[in-house]
Design a protein around this ligand. Sequence first.
Ligand code: DGL
Length: 272
Amino acid sequence: MDSRPVGVFDSGLGGLTCVKKLMEVLPGEDIIYLGDTGRVPYGGRSRETIIKYARQDIAFLRGFDIKAVVVACGTVSTNGLDEIAGDYPIPVMGVADAAAQAAVDATKSGRIGLIGTKASIRSMAYDEKILARMPRASIFKAACPLFVPLVEEGRISPEDAVLRLVAEDYLTPLRRQNVDTLILGCTHYPLIAGTIARVMGPDVRLIDPGAVTAERLRRELEAADALGGHARGTYRYFVTDSAEDFSKTASLFLNAHIEGAVRQIALEGPSP
Ligand code: DGL
């Protein structure tokens, strides 16, 4: 047993797709969440900047004596995470490995779609992870840079006309390629899975990287005999911009009122 919290971070709301699954599969874990909302999106930035931000995010979370970090951000997971993860004395787990595995397990035709931020698509990290597991796979990709700002604006309803228009534009070429599996390679995207599913059609299996990574963390904590063992986990959220906007959409997505648990911090300022 290891009662220390698990740290989870993303540039914004996206990592909550992982937190939601963690609450379900690991209900006895305390979770500290960091959303770097003051600097979202990461996905249009250079690899060097993404690595710098990731190190700052991890350093903040480590101030809470955590037992593991889940990098619930596709952009960080595909841009230098493999290089820096070994620098820490605790496990630092990205979302791309488990998602690539889940896609390979799910596809029947070997035609896999991948959507993500510009930085994730540019990195080729998913291609490498998929092809190492399934050399016959064909991968069809699209960067969807407008999805993250729309989610951060709270435009997550399947009825949102602007979101629907943007989704049609990004996803139609992938639908035409007859992919049978689509990796939602940015952790923000499962918040708009309803819209994505409508555009892609009912036969396309959507892979949620945060959710499959939560399952993976559960297996690893169990194997290491490091489960938290709390009767009920507690959840604290930190953001680098207004707590109010984050709280609103986060509460909607998590089906819980989290207003009182969100605090605004400065990453380069004094530690918590
Ligand atoms: N949710 C993130 C990801 O998975 C971050 C998106 C962004 O900040 O651009 O890529």
